[in-house]
Write a protein that binds this ligand. Structure first.
Ligand code: GLA
Length: 757
C-alpha cells in the first residue's frame, strides 16, 4: 500500500494493494479523475481522453487543445464555468455571485487516517493506512478546499471527505458540498440501491442506468427507511459472485443525496453527500466546514466482494472498538411481550425464564416511564412510572441482575411529548416554526439537538441512569422524521444550518455518552431500521434492523442490509407466531435459523411458550453460544440460490476452518426440488465434513457441483448445514451415527472461552 506523487507533481496514485485511485492535474490547474478500480502496478498516463472540439460547449482557459468542459472529468466539479453536469460544489458569495472555481494548488501524503472533528469516520485501527491531502483554491472567492483520500492496506476502498476554509474577507454560504464525486468511463451500468418503508426496509432496487440523472435521497432529517445512503453502479448482469461493482456509502445520519448522471457521451458521474435541499452553511472569514465521509468501494467479483470490503471496514475501522471483539449477548426484549404494559412481576417472570433458557441480557423496552399504556405521554421527562414499577429502574435492574442477566433500557432521547414537563418548561427547545403548531409524529416533537443546552440535558439524563451502574445496555430509538426544521437558537442567516446541526448535536451527545461509558452496549433503532447508517454505527455497536419480526420478511430485510453491514451489527429477533406484524405462522426453528447468522435475540412472551418450545429455545441458545465466537467475526456471503424459491446465506469462520450455510425454502414446491446449492469461498483443495449427516465432500465439489437439500413438505422451512474443514486424512473417522441426520444437530464446538461484554 502506498501513495505516489510523480516527480513533476502532476499526478497522484493511491494504491491499497487491491485498488488504485489516480488523479491528475491538467494544464497545471485542473484536478481531474483518471481511474478507480483494481490495483495498478504503475500509471503511465493510460486513459487520457481523446479531446474533441465541440460546438456549443466551452473550455475557457485550458491550453490543452480541443478540451471541452462538457465531458471533462473534473474530480470535484463546480457549477458556472462550463461544466453543466451535476456539481459537487455550489457556494453563494456575499457579493451575490454564486460561481467558484477552486484550482489545484498542492498535494501531500499524510501518514495514517485523520479523523473528522465532530463527525463519525473510519479510523486507522490496526491496519496500515495513508492519506492524500489535495488543496484546491479559488483566491478570488477566498475559498480553499482540502480534499482527503485514505486507503487501507489490502482493502478495496477509498475514504473521502472535504474541508472548506474561508480564506477571504467575505462571508460564503456553502449550498452544496458533496462528499465525493467520481467519474466513470462510458460503459453500461446498472444502478443498485436499497429502498423501503417502516417495517419493510432494505429492499433492492436495480435498473439499467440511462442518459440523464438518476438519484435517491432523504430529506426527512435522518437517513430514513426510504433509501439507504448508498448506491452502486454495476456491470450489467452482476451477480453475488461475478461482475464489477462501484459503490458509495455515506457515513452520515441526516439528509443525503446520492446520484449518477450519464452525460451525452455516455460518461458517468456519481456523487454522494449531504442533500443540498435544506442546507446552507454560513462560512465566516477564517471559518472551516467538513463534509461527512464517503466510502468508495470497488468490488471486482460481484456483490459479495463489495460486501466483504464494507463488512471488514465497518467491523475493524468504524464500529466502537470496545465491542469489536466481545461476544454480543443473547437478549430478550420486552416490546412484543409487554408493549407499554410493563410491571415488576412481568419483568421478574420473563427474566427468570430468559435466564433458564441461557439468555444474557433483558431489555426493558418502552412503557417504563409512560403515564399510561400508550405513546401519548411523558416522553422527554425520563422519570420511571413508580405505579407501574414500584422501586423504579434500580429495583427492576436489581431483579434482572439477580437472575444473572444484564439489564438494558429503552430511551428515545431526541423526542418530547407536548404534555411533558420538559416541553412545558422549555417549549423553545423543540424544532418549530414561530406561529405554527409543530407537526406531531407518534405524539412527539423533536428536540433541537443543535442547542448546547439540549445536548447537556440529554447527557445529564443518560448519565443519571448509566452513572449508577444499573444499566448495561441502551436501546437508542428515534421514531419520527424531522419537520418544522427551524431552530430558535439560530438567526435568520443561519436557519439553513438547522438540519445538519441537529445531526452534529446527536453525534456530540453520542460521543459524550460513549466516551463516558464505553462498556455500555448501545443498540441503535429508529422505528426499526429508519436510521441504520454508518454514521450511527460509529457510536452504536448494533442496530435493530426492522420493527417487522416476521422471519419470512426478515430474509429480505437482513439480506438487503447484509450488502453493507456485517451481520453482527444487524439485530435479528426470534418472535412469536402468529407474527404480530404479518399474522404469518413460521416454525420456531425457522425463526431461529433466519436470526442466528445475525445478532441473535428473542422478543416474545416466554410465559406463552410450551415447555417443549422453551427447551428448543434453550437448545438454540446453547448452540449459538458454541458458534458465535467464530460466526461474529466470520465472513458472511450471500450464495446464489438455484431458483427463487430459496435464499442461501453462509458464514465462513475467519480461519476458514468451518462454514455455516443457511438455506431458506420459501414454499413447498416440487417444481423447485432439483436445485443444487453451490457454495463459494471454500477451499477447493480440501475436504469438508457436513457435520449433520457425517458426509464428506471436496471443497471443489461443493463449489462446482453443489449439494442438494431434501424437499420438505413445509412452507417457510430453513435448513442449516455446518461444514467443517478436514485438513488432513488424519482426522478421526466419522461415525455418522454420532450425528443426528437432518437439521437440528449442530454445536460441535465447545463453548469458547469468550468475553461477554
Ligand atoms: C419503535 C421501535 C420498537 C419499540 C417501539 C417502542 O417502534 O422500533 O422496537 O422499541 O418503538 O415504542
Amino acid at each position: 500500500m502506498n501513495i505516489y506523487i510523480d516527480e513533476a507533481g502532476q499526478s497522484a496514485r493511491l494504491d491499497s494493494g487491491t485498488v488504485s485511485y489516480v488523479l491528475e492535474v491538467v494544464d497545471g490547474k485542473y484536478l481531474v479523475h483518471r481511474y478507480f478500480g483494481p490495483s495498478l502496478r504503475r500509471w503511465h498516463g493510460c486513459g487520457t481522453p481523446v479531446y474533441y472540439k465541440r460546438a456549443y460547449s466551452t473550455a475557457h482557459d485550458c491550453s490543452v487543445p480541443n478540451v471541452s468542459f462538457d465531458d471533462f472529468p473534473f474530480e470535484y466539479p463546480a457549477r458556472g464555468r462550463g461544466d453543466f453536469r451535476i456539481p459537487s460544489l455550489q457556494v453563494q458569495r456575499q457579493d451575490g455571485i454564486s460561481v467558484v472555481e477552486p484550482l489545484f494548488k498542492s498535494w501531500r501524503v499524510l501518514e495514517g487516517k485523520p479523523g473528522i472533528p465532530g463527525l463519525p469516520s473510519v479510523f486507522q485501527g490496526d491496519t496500515d493506512a495513508a492519506t492524500l491531502e489535495v488543496i484546491c483554491e479559488d483566491k478570488q472567492a477566498g475559498l480553499r478546499v482540502y480534499m482527503y483520500y485514505s486507503v487501507f492496506e489490502g482493502m478495496n476502498m477509498v475514504a473521502r471527505h472535504q474541508c472548506f476554509e474561508n480564506t477571504g474577507t467575505q462571508t460564503l454560504v456553502l449550498e452544496n458540498v458533496q462528499s465525493a464525486s467520481l467519474e466513470l468511463p462510458a460503459r453500461s451500468y446498472e444502478f443498485l440501491s436499497l429502498y423501503g418503508t417502516h417495517a419493510k426496509e432494505a429492499n433492492r432496487s436495480r435498473f439499467a442506468l440511462h442518459s440523464g440523472i438518476q438519484k435517491i435521497e432523504s430529506v426527512r432529517g435522518s437517513s430514513s427507511p426510504q433509501h439507504q445512503p448508498f448506491f452502486a453502479l454495476l456491470s450489467p448482469g452482476t451477480t453475488e459472485t461475478s461482475g464489477e461493482v462501484y459503490a458509495m456509502h455515506l457515513v452520515y445520519s441526516g439528509n443525503f443525496l446520492a446520484q449518477a448522471e450519464v452525460d451525452s457521451f455516455g460518461n458517468v458521474r456519481a456523487q454522494i453527500g449531504i442533500h443540498p435541499e435544506g442546507f446552507a452553511w454560513r462560512l465566516e472569514p477564517g471559518g472551516h466546514f467538513a463534509t461527512p465521509e464517503a466510502i468508495l468501494n470497488y468490488g471486482g467479483s460481484g456483490l459479495n466482494s463489495m460486501s466483504h470490503g464494507f463488512h471488514r471496514l465497518y467491523r475493524e475501522h468504524l464500529m466502537p472498538r470496545h465491542f469489536a471483539e466481545t461476544m454480543r449477548p443473547v437478549l430478550l426484549n420486552s416490546w412484543e411481550s409487554m408493549y407499554y404494559d410493563v410491571s415488576m412481576d412481568k419483568i421478574e417472570t420473563q427474566a427468570a425464564l430468559a435466564a433458564r433458557a441461557g439468555m444474557e441480557l433483558f431489555v426493558l423496552d418502552d412503557g417504563w416511564f409512560r403515564a399510561d399504556n400508550s405513546s401519548s405521554s411523558s416522553m422527554g421527562d425520563w422519570q420511571c412510572n413508580l405505579e407501574k414499577l414500584p422501586g423504579g429502574i434500580r429495583r427492576a435492574a436489581g431483579i434482572v441482575h439477580g437472575k444473572g442477566l444484564k439489564f438494558g433500557l429503552w430511551f428515545e432521547p431526541e423526542a418530547v411529548c407536548k404534555n411533558s414537563l420538559l416541553y412545558r418548561k422549555h417549549p423553545e427547545w423543540v424544532l418549530h416554526i414561530p406561529g405554527y403548531e409543530p407537526v406531531e409524529g407518534r405524539h412527539e416533537y423533536l428536540l433541537d439537538l443543535g442547542r448546547q443546552e439540549v445536548q447537556d440535558y440529554l447527557v445529564g439524563v443518560l448519565d443519571s441512569y448509566l452513572g449508577s451502574g444499573d444499566v448495561d445496555y441502551i436501546k437508542w430509538d428515534m421514531n419520527r422524521p424531522l419537520t418544522d426544521v427551524c431552530s430558535l437558537a439560530l438567526g435568520p442567516e443561519q436557519k439553513g444550518e438547522t438540519a445538519h446541526r441537529y445531526i452534529l448535536g446527536l453525534y456530540e451527545v453520542l460521543h459524550r455518552v460513549t466516551s463516558a461509558y464505553p462498556g455500555v452496549l448501545i443498540e441503535g433503532c429508529s422505528s426499526g431500521g429508519a436510521r441504520f447508517d454508518p454514521g450511527m454505527l460509529y457510536y452504536v455497536a448494533q442496530n435493530w434492523a426492522s420493527d417487522n419480526t416476521d422471519a419470512f420478511d426478515r430474509t429480505v430485510i437482513q439480506d438487503g442490509f447484509s450488502l453493507l453491514y456485517p451481520p453482527v451489527a444487524i439485530g435479528a429477533h426470534v418472535s412469536i407466531t402468529p407474527n404480530h406484524q404479518t399474522g404469518r405462522y413460521t416454525p420456531l426453528d425457522t425463526r431461529y435459523q433466519i436470526a442466528r447468522l445475525f445478532n441473535l435475540g428473542y422478543e416474545l412472551d416466554l410465559t406463552k411458550c410450551s415447555e417443549e418450545e422453551l427447551e428448543m429455545i434453550a437448545g438454540q441458545i446453547a448452540e449459538h453460544k458454541g458458534e458465535r465466537a467464530w460466526m461474529q467475526g466470520g465472513i458472511f456471503s450471500r450464495q446464489e440460490a438455484p431458483n427463487r424459491n430459496y435464499m442461501v446465506w453462509s458464514v465462513m469462520g475467519p480461519d476458514r476452518s468451518q462454514c455455516q450455510v443457511m438455506v431458506f425454502q420459501k414454499f413447498y414446491d416440487p417444481l423447485c426440488c432439483h436445485g443444487r446449492f453451490r457454495i463459494q469461498y471454500l477451499d477447493p483443495d480440501t475436504s469438508y465434513l457436513e457435520t449433520g449427516s457425517g458426509q464428506i465432500y471436496g471443497g471443489d465439489e461443493l463449489m462446482q457441483i453443489g449439494f442438494t437439500v431434501p424437499l420438505v413438505k413445509e412452507d417457510f422451512h430453513a435448513f442449516t448445514f455446518h461444514f467443517r474443514r478436514l485438513d488432513t486424512e488424519k482426522m478421526p473417522p466419522v461415525n455418522s451415527n454420532q450425528f443426528r441426520s437432518g437439521i437440528l444437530k449442530r454445536g460441535l464446538n465447545p463453548p469458547p472461552d469468550c468475553v461477554i461484554f
